[in-house]
Design a protein around this ligand. Structure first.
Ligand SMILES: Cc1cc2nc3c(=O)[nH]c(=O)nc-3n(C[C@H](O)[C@H](O)[C@H](O)COP(=O)(O)OP(=O)(O)OC[C@H]3O[C@@H](n4cnc5c(N)ncnc54)[C@H](O)[C@@H]3O)c2cc1C
Length: 394
């Protein structure tokens, strides 16, 4: 049986950044990365854009093949890790091959969640996670005129926008009473809805899919308010679930995701975890930048350093044609708020404060100040000093 010093399961951005960091610290130790997918690490975040744009797989790759050779990182593609034997520090692949390890990183990512509704296994009920999904979805939707996106969060809206560019009729179904409820207040969310409706989207709020209609192929959706939507294809975008199946029968602790300490170590001494598969303080983050940073921290700790992962201030920026918005920090709980509006330019900015400190903000229409706002919210600066430089809010 082959034995390697560092074994990484998953070659998403968490696995890749770990491999890179390990190689920075240890230029000799053997590194093997295993992926069930057929490609080297690619920009998963760009899949949405390619729903409506032609591409070659190579364009999406983070590094060329030669990078892996130069760094002496071995990658096994199209292989599924089926079992981890913690007591003997080894794993088994789907082809029966076993590989031993000194340190193991679980970077198995997540998959889309499709709620348990009647008809969910019909043809045309789809979700986007991988390049393979992208090829299938493009092909399927090619023949569809009416498409429904279920989930009006960030990814749902981006996907809906991309599909609209293909000339499809797009409906968006959102469970919450307004779009982007985590990033926008009701007023700005309504403004976003109006703008999307002007672009031709049909938006159904406070609605959930109760049943997917159609014989074998989806041809409609029954909503919880009794309304029926006719549709030829459905794209679910309602959240993710960490890929924990592999560790379900092991001693590795997990809840929603794999539980790690601040050094991204699991409860097993030589096993670490990073990225979408991880649960930190009860939540699964599910963001590219966090997965990248966590991979780096885990990789450093696996190769002899001691780094801690501190969660970055989460922010959102959305660009759909001329619709631009940015949101950062806490916009729900605040004691005061300040706003600036320029209706002629369709600009509306809001700042939220708690005990005199800037704790959240939304930029709608003009997002040029997003860097400054993000920094100021992260540092929780005094609102008066922010206003001094941004007199338009007074
Ligand atoms: C369409 C789309 C758009 C997105 N847009 C954004 C965005 O705009 N901004 C943002 O911050 N985030 C975005 N995200 C989320 C972001 O892509 C993820 O947070 C990030 O890619 C997670 O990286 P990861 O390395 O943890 O996991 P993944 O990228 O999921 O990689 C895990 C890999 O492990 C493999 N694997 C799993 N189990 C096994 C096994 N048993 N054996 C072998 N291999 C295995 C999987 O096949 C996969 O290749 C988007 C995601 C999607 C799907």
């Amino acid at each position: 049986m082959e034995k390697v010093k560092y074994l990484i399961i998953g070659n998403g951005i968490a696995g890749l950044s770990a491999a890179k960091e390990i190689r920075n610290n240890d230029n000799q130790g053997s590194i093997t990365m295993i992926s069930s997918e057929a490609y080297h690490t690619y920009y998963r975040v760009r899949l949405t854009e390619y729903l409506s744009k032609d591409f070659r797989e190579e364009e999406l790759l983070v590094n060329k093949d030669s990078w892996y050779e130069e760094k002496n990182i071995k990658v096994l593609l199209n292989k599924i890790v089926e079992k981890i034997d913690i007591d003997n520090s080894k794993i088994r692949l789907d082809d029966g091959v076993e590989i031993g390890y000194e340190k193991l990183l679980l970077a198995t990512g997540s998959r889309p969640f499709i709620p348990p509704i009647a008809g969910k296994f019909k043809q045309g009920v789809l979700a986007l996670r991988t390049l393979r999904d992208l090829r299938y979805i493009r092909n399927y939707f090619d023949k569809c005129k009416n498409i429904t996106v279920i989930g009006g969060g960030l990814l749902g809206l981006e996907a809906a926008w991309s599909l609209k560019r293909l000339g499809k009729n797009i409906s968006i179904v959102e469970f919450a009473p307004y779009l982007l409820p985590r990033q926008l207040d009701e007023e700005l969310s309504n403004k976003l809805k109006e703008k999307l409706e002007e672009e031709g989207f049909k938006i159904y709020l406070s609605s959930a899919a109760e049943e997917i209609l159609g014989k074998d192929r989806a041809n409609g959706i029954l909503l919880n308010n009794g309304k029926e939507l006719k549709t030829d294809g459905i794209l679910f975008s309602v959240g993710i679930r960490p890929n924990v199946d592999l560790i379900r029968d092991t001693k590795i602790e997990f809840n929603k995701g794999i539980i790690v300490d601040k050094n991204l170590r699991t409860n097993i001494e030589n096993i670490y975890a990073a990225g979408d598969v991880v649960e930190i303080d009860g939540s699964v983050i599910g963001l590219w930048t966090s997965a990248n940073e966590q991979g780096k921290v885990a990789g450093a700790n696996m190769s002899g350093k001691l780094l801690e992962y501190t969660e970055a201030k989460l922010f959102t920026s959305l660009l759909l044609g001329d619709i631009k918005l940015f949101s950062v920090g806490e916009i729900r709980e605040f004691d005061r708020f300040f706003e600036y509006k320029d209706e002629s330019k369709d600009i509306h900015h809001k700042l939220f404060t708690t005990r005199g400190k800037l704790t959240g903000g939304i930029l709608f229409g003009d997002t040029r100040d997003m860097g400054k706002l993000k920094r100021s919210v992260t540092e929780k600066i005094d609102i008066n000093s922010y206003l001094e430089d941004n007199i338009q809010f007074k």
